[in-house]
Design a binder for this molecule. Structure first.
Ligand code: YCP
Ligand code: CO
Length: 281
């Protein structure tokens, strides 16, 4: 199934606000923070295979038995109520809150590469604004609060939080065998695609902009490659450099870099985020 908005939930703003306030005081997982420039990525498991909070790394829950609410979820009654009112937990494997901090971006990546079986992933933004953006392939778009999105996480995607507030999404992962009917307790539609009203129009990238980024090859080193990647990602959200812009630009910067060790790291990272990961992370 492709990425698309499939339903809408009326958020109970006041009750959610107290949950989100409590979230700030809870001990959160920093798993997957290596996907972030800026960061960290903070997550809070509310429902998981085995029913334990765990460390937030999805592969570590495989074979733990039936799914259930975690201890942490007791502190988040509004989030629990939201899930119970709108979804069927029958085939739900994970429910987490994921928090991205102001000024952070997520490195373009594909998820689920390390899992035994694919999942059906839903995103429901709880706290976000027009300065938070998602991107899939060369489409930059916004998910609004309360919208329920199916995310094809096997496709290359990335995120930017240019807001002054944390961006908080509820992320639900259902089993491979779950149909839309198994998932939803509310009305849903399957538009089939990312609708145009969510898509951001960007100017084409100029030659000068492109050349400036490629020029970073002369300064690329083992200590700044992440900062260079950060810059390239930010440029992608600003203007249209074409499909595959971020990683293609990084590989071209690496190809022209005199620091071969740094170039090797870029190649390794490209492989890690887009191609394959071993089961551990
Ligand atoms: C996402 N994927 O794309 C998640 C968050 C990194 C991995 C953390 O939202
Ligand atoms: Co992802």
């Amino acid at each position: 199934v492709k990425t698309q908005r499939i339903a809408e939930i009326r958020l109970v703003v006041d009750e959610l606000a107290s949950d989100l306030k409590r979230l700030q005081e809870m001990r959160l997982s920093t798993a997957y923070s290596n996907y972030i420039c800026g960061g960290p990525w903070l997550s809070c498991m509310v429902w998981a295979l085995g029913g334990e909070t765990g460390d937030g790394v999805l592969t570590h829950y495989e074979g733990r038995g039936s799914a259930n609410w975690t201890r942490q979820s007791e502190q988040l009654p509004a989030v629990r109520a939201l899930i119970e009112a709108s979804f069927s937990t029958q085939k739900l494997k994970f429910a987490r809150l994921g928090m991205l901090q102001p000024g952070s971006v997520i490195i373009p990546h594909r998820d689920l590469l390390e899992l035994d079986a694919p999942l059906h992933r839903l995103h429901i933004p709880l706290q976000t604004d027009e300065n938070c953006m998602f991107t899939e392939r060369n489409i930059v778009y916004r998910m609004r609060p309360g919208e329920v999105w199916f995310l094809d996480a096997s496709d290359v995607h990335s995120v930017a939080c240019f807001s002054t507030r944390n961006r908080v999404h509820l992320i639900l992962d259902f089993g491979e065998d779950a149909t839309a009917e198994d998932i939803f307790a509310i009305k849903y539609t399957l538009p089939g695609d990312i609708s145009q009203d969510c898509v951001l129009r960007r100017q084409p990238m100029t030659q000068a902009e492109r050349q400036s980024l490629l020029g970073l090859s002369s300064v690329l080193n083992e200590r700044n490659w992440r900062t260079v990647l950060d810059l390239v990602i930010r440029q992608h959200f600003r203007c249209d450099g074409g499909n595959g812009f971020v990683w293609e630009t990084m590989l071209e910067i690496a190809a022209n870099a005199s620091d071969r060790a740094a170039a090797a790291i870029v190649h390794e990272m490209h492989h890690y985020y887009l191609m394959e990961r071993s089961g551990s992370e």
